[in-house]
Design a protein around this ligand. Sequence first.
Ligand code: DO4
Ligand code: MG
Length: 293
Amino acid sequence: MRIIRYVKEGSTQLAAVNDQNQIYQLPQSDFLALIHEADALGTTPLALVLKTIESNEALDQQVEQLELLVPIEAPEVWAAGVTYERSRDARNYEATEGRLDASTFYDKVYDAVRPEIFFKSTAARTVGPGGEVQLRSDSVWQVPEPELGLVLNAKGNIVGYTIGNDMSCRDIEGENPLYLPQAKVWKRSCSLGPAIRLAETVENPYNLQITSLIYRDGEKAVEGTANTGQLKRKLEELTEYLIRDNELFEGTVLLTGTCIVPPNEFTLAHGDRIEIEISGIGTLVNHVVSAGR
Ligand code: DO4
Ligand code: MG
């Protein structure tokens, strides 16, 4: 069961989408209201949604026909890094391209007990499905990072799964790891969506297939696939470090790292279309625009 937000006649609606892709409007104002109501009633979000569905008709529309919004206005988005071997190797490549021999940072963090976790975005910097992600004006090597996103409650429990794009500047990070915040955080450098899959409906989060496609001028330019089974760390290991001595705001999203890296000669350009699909969640589509648009 997935939860979406969309616009209907100028107002925001919450809806549930079942595995047959039928859409049911929900009475709650947003995803967190659904979680709170379930908690208050001593039931689960799925049971609450099923109860609503029981007494309502499905909408006469397909998800593709709706004007989708970001499924949660996450107050903060954090991200884990170097959680897949592929990411470690890519970071080593960008950091050692004739500049700084920093490979040990990435090798060390891949094997360390403490994971890499960094601040990625705020609601105002995050775009939703169909939205425009923006390029930085001072980078010539930019890529999307397709990642599984964990939607967390204030205690750090995983209440849902979504898809995230951790837009990244490989040249800025490669020049000096201390530039990480600039390589990761700027206007519209993060996207989330199209849906949140209720955590209780995911049998095994370590077997989700991730596919990423980038189209340029209508032609497929890059394709990559991965599986969350390749994750080096457990999801709870990441959430445990995020909440440690931290104040977590309800609805925070934690991105879990990328395993899909485009070929080294590739950089995103204005007009590109990025599609990230994760099995059971959906496909997050975004359009790339140059800085200042
Ligand atoms: O070390 C920098 C960040 C890596 C990252 O974002 C990832 O592995 O997804
Ligand atoms: Mg990343």
